[in-house]
Write a new protein. Structure first.
Length: 570
């Protein structure tokens, strides 16, 4: 297939571009295999540079004056309007963009054509390998790296290397995997160094209506306890877990897992997240109407309630580990969506390293990419798509929203700023990099992404880029942070959902001013320390000079030569 088949109008003059908070611009519209861009002859610069993969929906409206308006609704919720001179050109451009934005052949995606125009300081594909991360999430006394899944035969959605109890051999692990949905057997997610407890994740056990038992699975789970107690946090309501049991799934029966206590901390299923996002974004598009109506629509969408549920579950897991001194197994049904939201957020709460830029990148790698979250399926469409696909769901977006909620409650505890989270959201849905392509590491290896595409981390982890994402209020906080999930504590992420409705230039100016004040403060502190050192040095020199001076005789103590008496005696 050639891109030229879809491009009927590669270039067109006299197109008017309309973007939020900008004056309309007339220029030349060009369509390539991967981009749509418009350049203005008046300003002599490109006013629009848009990847086709960033377009979620295309709407066209023909006018009586033989022209038309093309509305491009993007996955990042931006809306672009193009006034096209003729109706025929409007229809052909619409057809081209629709076709090019829905190409399913992975090898034709833009990351396979993109060539880095920057100097790579490190290869992002090898920056967060399981072996290098083992020191952070594991303990060599109790845990080990296993390559039982080296060829992705045991579990296609797991990484080639996983962290498992040291006392359990690979044969036992392979047998235990057959007892879990999609073979997603229990693996270490996080090791809490303060007390030696852990967070484990997996999918649901295949107990079924006949109460099937797997001694290898029981042995694997019990080996994670390290002579402590354990909780199984099931992200489904109890009735859903019992329904799953009737279909072959289920939950761990207490008689076989007597060392574990089961807790049902329900989170909505991933298939409902998409409907909630659509309603939420529609409400945000009507921002500016009556406040009462707008708040009512936000509440009825269910999006903020989903955030509350996920954060609550993550806090429960973190408290079980940190305050109750217990190991926790987290799972729902498949263990690819809500499970990863909860385990990742629990680590963010407990571990200060996850709140640094590099630590957060590592968290995304091990808890989302290497753990098999199906980005290709979940991020295929966003809130504006007219045709709904079966597996799409904004699971990762909901996670980032939860991170932002914690970030805005503890603004000084994170090394990264809001723009960093916005960048990750946009990269997950449309990118020139290969990091978020495919559904798991098995697929990424099949398509040779490490050699044929550029990693996002190779681009981000350069000083000139990182500078844009530094939080200038950051003060390292070694302690856990406990977010509030009260309704008044959860806010609409205006920087994401309302950035095309509210002019946030003042917000950006405020952050620039904060940066200037902070830099000035650093400068004054350095100057004060320098003056303090100079003052100490001058004081020392003065003392030394005084000590080196010859002592003058005390006239009152000199003896009278004639009488032999001192002046004091006389």
């Amino acid at each position: 297939m050639e891109f030229a088949e879809f491009i009927k109008v590669p270039k067109l003059d006299g197109v008017v571009l309309r973007l939020p908070f900008k004056e309309p611009v007339e220029g030349t519209l060009c369509i390539t295999g991967h981009h749509l861009f418009l350049s203005s002859r008046k300003t002599m610069k490109e006013e629009l540079w848009l990847e086709h993969s960033a377009v979620d929906a295309v709407e066209k409206k023909l006018s009586n004056q033989n022209g038309g308006t093309l509305t491009l609704k993007c996955k990042n919720f931006m809306i672009v309007e193009l006034d096209v001179p003729t109706a025929e050109d409007c229809l052909q451009i619409a057809h081209s963009v629709e076709s090019l934005s829905n190409i399913h052949n992975l090898s034709l995606k833009y990351p396979f054509f993109y060539r880095a125009n920057f100097e790579m300081l490190e290869d992002g594909w090898t920056a967060f390998m399981p072996e290098s991360e083992f020191n952070k999430v594991g303990s060599s006394d109790q845990w080990r790296i296993s390559y039982v899944n080296n060829h992705f035969e045991v579990c296609p959605s797991y990484s080639y290397a996983v962290i498992v109890p040291k006392s359990i051999d690979d044969e036992t692990i392979a047998k235990a995997a057959s007892f879990r949905h999609h073979n997603r057997f229990p693996v270490l997610s996080y090791y809490h160094k303060e007390n030696g407890r852990a967070i484990i994740r997996s999918s649901q056990p295949l107990v079924g209506p006949n109460m099937r038992r797997c001694k290898e699975d029981e042995q694997l789970l019990n080996a994670t306890l390290n002579r402590g107690k354990g909780y199984i946090v099931d992200t489904r309501i109890q009735s859903s877990a019992k329904m799953a049991q009737a279909k072959g799934g289920g939950f761990e029966p207490e008689q076989h897992y007597h060392q574990w206590k089961r807790i049902h901390q329900p989170v909505e299923r991933q298939k409902y997240f998409h409907e909630a996002l659509i309603k939420f974004v529609e409400a945000c598009m009507d921002f500016g109407s009556s406040t009462e109506k707008w708040l009512s629509r936000l509440e009825s969408s269910g999006w903020l309630n989903n955030i509350k549920e996920v954060l609550t579950c993550a806090c429960v897991v973190a408290q079980c580990v940190d305050k109750d001194d217990a190991t926790v197994l987290v799972h729902g049904s498949e263990g690819m969506d809500t499970t990863l939201q909860v385990t990742a957020l629990a680590q963010l709460i407990l571990d200060h390293d996850c709140r640094t830029i590099r630590g957060f990148e590592a968290l995304i790698e091990r808890e989302w990419l290497q753990s098999g979250h199906p980005f290709a399926d979940r991020c295929a469409k966003s809130a504006f798509a007219m045709t709904k696909q079966r597996n799409e769901s904004p699971v990762f977006l909901l996670f980032l929203d939860c991170v932002w909620q914690i970030w805005q409650q503890f603004p000084c505890s994170f090394e990264f700023n809001e723009d960093f989270l916005l960048m990750l959201f946009e990269q997950a849905y449309s990118s020139q990099f290969g990091t978020f392509l495919c559904n798991n590491d098995c697929e990424r290896k099949k398509y040779k992404l490490a050699s044929k595409t550029v990693s996002l981390w190779s681009y981000v982890n350069r000083p000139e880029v990182l500078e844009k994402y530094i939080n200038h209020l950051y003060q390292p906080n070694q302690s856990p942070i406990w977010p509030s999930v009260a309704p008044q504590s959860l806010e609409v992420w205006q920087g994401l959902y309302l950035r095309w409705k509210i002019d946030r230039s003042g917000h950006q100016d405020a952050w620039k001013e904060i940066f200037k004040v902070r830099e000035k403060n650093k400068e004054l502190k350095l100057k004060a320390n320098r003056l303090r050192r100079q003052m100490v040095l001058l004081q020392k020199e003065a003392i030394e000079a005084e000590l080196l001076q010859p002592c003058a005789p005390n006239i009152m103590e000199v003896e009278d030569e004639d009488t032999g008496l001192s002046a004091g005696d006389s």
